[in-house]
Design a protein around this ligand. Sequence first.
Ligand code: HEC
Length: 310
Amino acid sequence: MKKFSLFLFSPILSFKVLAAPAEAVPTDSATPTIGLSTSELLVLAAFLLALVALFATVVMLKALKVIVNERLHPKPFIKYEAPKPLDYETWQQQKKQKPNIWSKLLSLKPIEEEEALVIPHAYDGIHELNNPVPRWFNVLFYGTMIFAACYLYYYHISDGPGQDEEYVAEMDKAAANKKAFLATAAEKFDENSIKPDPSLIAKGKTIFMANCIACHGEHGQGIVGPSLTDEFWLHGGSINDVFKTVKYGVPAKGMASWEKTLSAKNIAEVVNFIMSLQGTRPANAKAPQGEKYEPKSAKDTVTHESITKK
Ligand code: HEC
């Protein structure tokens, strides 16, 4: 056994020896450390091959040992005992107890029952069996007939819609769907298309109360975050800028990106609410931070008055 294990490990040892100089060579920073050179690969392949050969040898040796053992000390065969034959009646009863789903589905009768199925007349000595098709098949068959009659009546006699009319109807439906889709698509909000919309303020307030007051205060007066009620802004004061700040956040400064938490519509709502806070001057408001926002054109002016007076 000792000899054998030495034999088993010798390829591994030899691989170690072979691999050692390769390891000793300082690896260039440009060459990836996991990549193997061709010679290393060859050594590895040879090693694996040797391992497989070794395994096969061991298996064959084992088999040989078994054969030799069996030859020297043959073991007697176990005596085979045939199972007791089942008598016909019990077999039939057993069979009857559990009818096969398959034969039930196809209403197959066992061959032993055939005698009972014979119809008592013969044509040239040929007997017929009374073996009706299963009920489901008949239902299907007569069903197709009824369907055909209905189809014939609806489309050909009572003047149901023809192919052309059906086509037109489908196209009308698709056009209506398209219109509905485009209408909802126009509802999509982003930082470029956002417009002041006073109807969104109420919903925006609930969103603000649920998500933002911890840092911006109940009245937007500012706590950890800046006051949202003055005209000084860190990241721009147009409705588009505010939308952008809320959507993408300022993660480095503790303002989260709300893109994943709130839908675009929700952001539009909360942004409209924030714009409605302009100039509300709540008590204990935080000192203004950032730059004063000067609207570039009249339509950029979104003040408390302009937004609520629509
Ligand atoms: C964890 C605290 C925190 C929460 C919650 C939070 N913010 Fe902020 N927010 C901040 C901080 C801090 C800043 C300032 C970022 C900076 O210094 O650049 C800020 C900045 C802003 C700004 C830009 C202000 C400016 O002067 O440009 C807006 C707008 C804003 N937050 C809206 C919101 C809205 C809307 C919510 C809720 C959906 C919200 N924030 C929730 C901490 C928060």
